[in-house]
Design a protein around this ligand. Structure first.
Ligand code: 5GP
Ligand code: ZN
Length: 115
């Protein structure tokens, strides 16, 4: 299922072409347009679901695939095993695109707690 109004579905279908850095049969990884770290990549399931919890419910294999693709991209980027993975869920937590996406952030030191 895809949503005609969904930006990341347009990336998956190729109607709009992001800066792709990795892909599997079920997931796509591309650079964030507004990077918050030297490496800032978004990894999305190719199917349209709103958030990580929904993806876990409908396709746990796809959730695993998303995380494994993020790890592979982190390795490709030379992050040396130091990176942050984030799923924002809900507008109150900072989610602005309602197609599930995993943020891969790396290449600088990270603070905790996040803002
Ligand atoms: P969220 O705030 O939903 O967790 O993350 C959405 C992310 O999508 C943001 O980091 C934002 O910079 C990114 N984004 C929004 N529009 C575009 C776009 O047109 N292209 C790319 N590559 N990233 C985008
Ligand atoms: Zn979508």
């Amino acid at each position: 299922m895809s949503s005609a109004d969904c930006l990341f579905c347009k990336f998956v279908s190729g109607v709009v072409e992001p800066d792709v850095v990795g892909e599997t049969e079920h997931s796509l990884a591309f650079r964030d347009i507004n990077p918050q770290a030297p490496t800032h990549v978004l990894v999305v399931p190719k199917r349209h679901v709103a958030n990580a919890g929904e993806l876990a419910e409908v396709s746990p294999d796809n959730l695993q695939d998303v995380v494994l693709l993020a790890r592979a991209v982190a390795d490709d980027e030379g992050l040396g095993g130091d990176y942050r993975l984030v799923f924002n869920t809900g507008a109150g937590a900072g989610q602005s695109v309602f197609h599930a996406h995993l943020h891969l952030l790396g290449g600088r030191s990270m603070q905790w707690p996040p803002g």
